[in-house]
Design a protein around this ligand. Structure first.
Ligand code: ADP
Length: 543
């Protein structure tokens, strides 16, 4: 039985209370029983005395001393009777169940005689009720003594033994002593029985109380606890029975209400989680599309750039062919048979030049055709970071951004602007193979504050400046001037095309801005993107 349980806390004090009550009850009962037993013993001993007096009255009158002695001795042998004696007024023992003391004198100072013999004359009247006293014999047994006086009846005065004592009211005393030992033994046994019964009653009361409390409180509580544990373990809450006690019913109702509200919250959460999963999947699809578009845009830009590069390179030798064939034709006589061939060369070269012009026009037009709009630079940066977040995290790159709220917008194509930042961040990632910090900061500067940077002319007086700084390998001085050249790459085949920066610069210049590259030795590189604020001065805001 655990000590701190509710059942124990109620049953133990109740058991203690029952024990005290049973103890008090037993005490009163035993005392009453003792009094009753003493009363019975007194009555018994009085009855013996009375019977004896009746039995010996006649024998005394006829002075049949032997018969009296025999009666006294036979009554004295009865069970429980300790001694019977008769002594005269002076205290001389005339008859006794103990024949050895016949003729002896009773000590008037003895415990049993004191009550009547305190003064010179005995105070016990002849018609007084028997005098009862208890005392211990030399063996330590409790003895009950009953003394009654033998009055001087008329018949006695006639008898020759008591003749001439008519004035005397008392002839002697009959003293009956009985042992209280059997009564005490019965009393002790009864006391033990009462004690045992009390203990049994206390145990029964405590046990029953414990069982009732356990049934009325513990079991319903255990049900609530088990149901709570099921809920905690993630199981769905099942309503618990109300129970018979109203208090338990209140608890059960409260618990059931809680379970109901938990279940509905849980199902709402599950619905929300599944809709969240759908949304995440939707966003992932959108991101994949955006990435695909950027790659496509980069490919198209690259093709355009390649075409432009080839066209530019071919243009000069073609011009030379056209010029020289024209010059040679002018120096030859018109009838010269070579005239026709030279004309053919010139014509075909012109056709090539026209194709090249068309190619250049296409490349230029493609860049110019991308529709522009006021773009928040912060959105393009975060969009690029979102696209690359997995690569950056896997590469151990720690990104910090300092992009103030309310940054003015720039006029650009949003996809192309994001493509610029994707290129810059990818280069930083490649330059930090062991990971490192990538710091991105944006602010607004005056055009006059950035010095002579060969910026395309623009009416805006302010620029949005984005500085992308990494802790990578840095760019060697000899490579710094070439990083924006098409096809310049230091990356292994298959990893770099050498077009990223040239395409990015093309896009930014298309927006009337520029990109600058600096290197901090071999401790990292910094790319600064400068873009004119859309509209005049600082109107328009970053979102
Ligand atoms: P690619 O990345 O395909 O090589 P890019 O035009 O983007 O082409 O870059 C050209 C070269 O510039 C790179 O190969 C690299 O050598 C150098 N470079 C670009 N960005 C960085 C950078 N952040 N740190 C060091 N070198 C860089």
């Amino acid at each position: 039985m655990p000590l701190r349980t509710l059942s124990t806390r109620i049953a133990v004090p109740a058991g203690f209370f029952a024990l005290v009550s049973a103890g008090a009850l037993s005490f009163v009962l035993i005392r009453t029983q003792r009094e009753n037993a003493l009363e019975e013993a007194v009555l018994g001993s009085e009855r013996i005395g009375e019977t004896l007096l009746l039995a010996i009255e006649h024998e005394m009158r006829i002075n049949a001393r032997d018969a009296v002695r025999e009666i006294v001795e036979s009554v004295g042998r009865q069970e429980g009777v300790q001694r019977i004696r008769l002594f005269n007024k002076d205290g001389r023992i005339s008859f006794s169940s103990d024949s050895a003391e016949v003729g002896e004198w009773v000590d008037p100072k003895a415990e049993a005689c004191v009550s009547c013999h305190t003064g010179e004359t005995p105070s016990m009247p002849s018609d007084a009720a028997p005098l009862t006293r208890t005392f211990q014999d030399p063996d330590g047994h409790t003895i009950l003594g009953t003394m009654r006086v033998i009055p001087n009846a008329r018949g006695c005065q006639g008898a020759h033994c008591h003749a001439g004592i008519a004035a005397q009211s008392v002839l002697g005393v009959l003293d009956v002593t009985v042992s209280l030992e059997p009564a005490e033994a019965r009393l002790e046994a009864a006391s033990w029985n009462a004690l045992l019964l009390s203990l049994l009653a206390v145990a029964a009361i405590t046990g029953t109380l414990y069982a009732i409390i356990a049934r009325a409180i513990r079991r319903p509580l255990d049900t609530v606890v088990a149901a709570t544990r099921r809920v905690v373990a993630g199981g769905s809450g099942v309503p618990i029975p109300r129970g018979s006690a109203p208090e338990i019913g209140i608890l059960a109702r409260a618990f059931n209400e809680m379970v109901e509200s938990l279940n509905s919250s849980k199902s709402r959460l599950e619905e929300w989680a599944s809709s969240l999963e759908d949304k995440v999947a939707e966003k992932a699809d959108e991101l994949r599309d955006a990435r695909f578009q950027i790659v496509q845009a980069e490919k198209l830009s690259s093709v355009g750039l390649v075409a432009a590069g080839i066209a530019h390179e071919l243009n000069s030798p073609l011009m030379a062919i056209i010029t020289y064939s024209h010059l040679v034709r002018r120096h030859l006589p018109p009838a010269d048979p070579a005239q026709e061939d030279l004309q053919l060369i010139e014509g075909e070269a012109n056709r090539c030049a026209a194709i090249i012009r068309q190619l250049l026009d296409y490349a230029r037009k493609q860049r110019q055709d991308a529709p522009t709009e006021p773009c928040p630079v912060g959105r393009a940066i975060h969009g690029a970071l979102d696209l690359l977040k997995v690569e950056l995290r896997n590469g151990g790159v720690e990104v910090t951004t300092h992009i103030p709220d309310g940054l003015p917008v720039v006029q650009a194509n949003p996809v192309q602007l994001m493509q610029v930042f994707v290129n810059l961040f990818m280069n930083a990632l490649h330059a930090m193979p062991k990971g490192g910090a990538l710091d991105i900061a944006a602010d607004v500067v005056r055009r006059t504050d950035v010095g002579e940077l060969n910026l395309p002319p623009h009416e805006s007086t302010h620029l949005v400046r984005t500085v992308v700084r990494d802790e990578g390998t840095g760019i060697p001085a000899e490579a710094l001037s070439r990083v924006f050249d098409p096809f310049f790459t230091t990356k292994p085949v298959g990893k770099g095309s050498g077009l990223g920066l040239s395409v990015s610069l093309g896009i930014v210049r298309g927006c009337r801005g520029t990109i600058l590259a600096t290197s901090d030795g071999d401790h990292g590189a910094t790319f600064t993107v400068l873009l004119p604020v859309s509209g005049s001065a600082t109107d328009g805001h970053d979102g």
